[in-house]
Structure formats: C-alpha cells, structure tokens
Write a protein that binds this ligand. Structure first.
Ligand SMILES: CC(C)(COP(=O)(O)OP(=O)(O)OC[C@H]1O[C@@H](n2cnc3c(N)ncnc32)[C@H](O)[C@@H]1OP(=O)(O)O)[C@@H](O)C(=O)NCCC(=O)NCCS
Length: 379
C-alpha cells in the first residue's frame, strides 16, 4: 500500500485556503471576513452580510442600496420552476424539492462558462435571491395554497415570511429572522460548503454546485439537527415536571440530547448566545409556549448535568424554538438554514474559481488485487 495517511472524514485535513469565515472553537469565536459575528448580528442585515461574504468588505451605503436593489430584482423564479414544484409529491421533503428546483434553475439560466466573472456574480445573486421564493412556493403548493409573489418593498427576511404566510411580519419578527439568516450564513469548511466547492472545482455550472450543497446540508448529521430538536422535545419532554428525570435517563443511556454540544465549539457557540437572548425577547413580547418553557427547564437541567463537560445548547436548540414560535413548519427549518447558507456557499464557490484546482483526493484500496474472472456459467 505504501505510505498512506488515511484520515476518516478528512477531519483536520486542510483542503483549501480561504479568507471567508474564521472559527476558533476553543474560544467560541466566529468571524465573517474578519468581523465578529456579534457585531454583524447586532448591526448588520442579511443583505449587507451577503455583500461582505461575497466581495470581502462591507459596502458603502450607496453600494448596499444598489446591491439590495439587484437582489430584489431577481427574487421571482420562472413559472417553469413553480410547475416543477407542483409536479412533486406533497409529502416530499422540502430540502429535496429545493435541491431539484435549484438544479433546474441551471436549465433556465444556462451558464457553461464559469470564467465569466459578471456571469458568476449574477448567478450568485440569483441563487441567493430566489431560494426563499422556491421554499415558500413549495410549502404553499403542497398545502394547496396560492403561491405568493415576492414583495419588492420588503427586506429579504420579511419577504420570505410574507411569501410563506401571506402576512407581512412586524419589525421584531423581521429582525429576528434577519438575524437568524446572518448567524447561519457562513461556517467555514463544513460538509455542504465543501460539497459546493468540490462540484464547483469541476467547473460545473453554479446551479449544480449549489444544488450539491443543498443535498449535503439535508442530511441529519449536518443541517437536520434543528428539526430533530423539535422532534425530540415533542416526543420525550412532554411534562415540565419530569424534564430532569427524562434527561437523566437519556444521559444514563448515553443518548445524545439534540441541540446540545458542538463538534467545533468546545465553549458555548457564539451564535447560540445571540439567539438565546433574541428568543427570550421574542417569547416575552409575543407570549411563551409550553415547548419553550420545557426547553428552558431542559437548558437549566442540562447545564447542571452536562455543563462541566463543555456541552451547552447550540444554535440549533434556539433556532428550532424560534421558528416553531413563528409558525414555520418543522421540515422548513433546514431549508431556512439553506436560504441563509447559500450566501457562504456562493462566496466559497467564487473563491474556489479564483484559484481553482479540481478536488481529487485518493483512497486506500482495500479490495481484492488479483481476482479471476469466472464465466457466468461456472459461478
Ligand atoms: C454535535 C456533536 C456530534 C458533537 O459531538 P462530539 O464533539 O464528538 O462530542 P463527543 O461525542 O466527543 O462528546 C463528549 C462527551 O459529551 C457527551 N455529549 C456530547 N454531546 C452530547 C449531547 N448532545 N447530549 C448528551 N451528551 C453529549 C458525550 O456523550 C461524551 O460523553 P463521554 O465523555 O462520557 O463519552 C454532539 O454533541 C451531538 O450529537 N449533539 C446533538 C446533535 C446536535 O445538536 N447537532 C447539531 C450541532 S450544531
């Protein structure tokens, strides 16, 4: 076999240079293009954060205005995309529908030349602008409701809520969704970002690269965790008086509590700290729910039992609760993550193309080396 260095899951292997997202898991630091996530969550908007991620610097007021207008102009999707969504089974997962629709966009906007920088920029903007439209349309189509066209007077976040529910959200809800989008927009070389870069490295069209990333995010080991928080709370934590007891049983049986712990952060995920505060404000102003009360009790009990191990609630713990409170279906939580992360994927795709080399790792071959072909009659 010679000298091979096999690293399962490529854990810790440096596969690219990147100047987009910085993470220090030991100290709980996340920065986009060098700027702390706390500052972006407090002061930025999703639109501005997208600009920062794509182009490497904060826009001036004029640049942001023009960029926002460009995004608003490409929110609508071709009728053929809505027809595709209508043709899909109602029970299909929205992430699969999103992946199919994103890939299909490549047939409406064919772009085989990815050396065209203007074309690449336009494709990135179209993808970022149109993914909320696709997700909202699929949800309405599967419920037998009319598809709602984008409202160009609303921000990216508020427009998504409007297209989904038919109601224009108040400022607090708009801002909360906006911050959720900012918080999930980029997170280094995670599986979906890597997938997008691998597909992009073959010089495939941008819609194929982002569709690949959507598929990667759909798995329960990646984007699916926020859905599972809700399923777990509903299935196991039905009685607030018994939260400690149920939790203790799960810990004794070595079961993982969804929404706690993080592979990278060994202190509290900085995004969780931000969202926890915003969730508390939302439930205070818009009324608590039984599930939120249970979740807070779970958080307190978990801190007593798992805090010493560095296991804290992660961003998915709070995002699931917030989305549930906003009336968003549980199976739309991961699509909502995708609507945000497409900003990071697009930035990585553009960065990959700036200095491209096709990804081609190698393998450790473990099969037969000299097997004989046996004729079918003799097997
Ligand atoms: C995210 C996750 C995979 C990180 O795992 P990890 O870094 O490999 O952590 P480890 O498996 O090394 O865990 C260290 C210890 O904490 C415990 N632990 C970790 N996460 C836990 C959780 N969610 N619930 C209970 N115990 C947990 C482990 O059992 C282990 O205990 P031990 O030392 O007694 O064996 C894991 O925390 C998890 O599965 N969390 C739930 C799913 C989730 O919310 N994922 C979204 C992440 S954004």
């Amino acid at each position: 076999m010679g000298d091979v260095n096999f690293v399962p899951g490529l854990a810790g292997v440096v596969a690219a240079k990147s100047a987009i997202g910085f993470i220090n898991g030991q100290e709980g630091i996340l920065r986009y293009r060098g700027i702390r996530i706390e500052a972006l969550a407090e002061k930025s908007t999703f639109e501005e954060t997208v600009y920062l991620l794509l182009f490497g610097a904060l826009p001036t007021a004029a640049e942001l205005k023009a960029f926002d207008a460009e995004l608003r102009a490409v929110r609508a999707v071709p009728d053929g995309i809505i027809d595709i969504l209508r043709s899909l089974p109602d029970g299909g997962h929205p992430m699969v529908a999103l992946q199919a629709a994103v890939a299909a966009l490549g047939t409406f906007y064919p772009q085989m030349d990815v050396t065209d920088r203007d074309g690449n920029r336009a494709a990135a903007l179209r993808l970022i602008a149109s993914m909320p439209t696709i997700v909202a349309a699929f949800d309405r189509v599967r419920k037998g409701e009319d598809v709602i066209a984008p409202d160009d007077d609303l921000s990216h976040a508020a427009n998504f809520v409007y297209m989904l529910t038919g109601e224009r959200p108040d400022d607090q809800v708009s801002r909360l969704v906006d911050v959720c989008l900012v918080l999930h927009a980029e997170h280094g070389f995670n599986a979906s970002t890597f997938t997008g870069r691998v597909v992009g490295s073959t010089l495939a069209n941008p819609y194929s690269a982002i569709a690949g990333a959507v598929g990667s995010l759909s798995g329960p080991l990646h984007g699916g965790a926020n859905e599972r928080v809700l399923h777990m709370l509903r299935a196991h934590f039905t009685d607030i008086e018994k939260v400690g007891e149920v939790l203790g049983g799960m810990i004794d049986r070595k079961e993982k509590i969804m929404g706690l712990g993080h592979r990278v952060y060994k202190v509290k995920d900085p995004r969780a700290t931000i969202l926890q505060k915003m969730a508390a404000d939302l439930f205070e102003s818009h009324g608590s729910t039984p599930l939120y009360d249970i979740a807070r009790t779970l958080e307190e009990e978990a801190a007593k039992r798992l805090g010493a191990k560095g296991i804290y609630p992660n961003v998915d713990f709070y995002s699931g609760l917030v989305y549930e409170k906003l009336g968003i279906e549980v199976d739309l939580f991961t699509p909502l993550f995708a609507i945000s992360r497409v900003a990071g994927w697009s930035a990585h795709w553009l960065e990959q193309l700036e200095d491209n080399r096709i990804y081609r790792p190698t393998q450790m071959y473990t099969g037969e080396t000299d097997a004989e072909y046996v004729d079918i009659a003799d097997r």
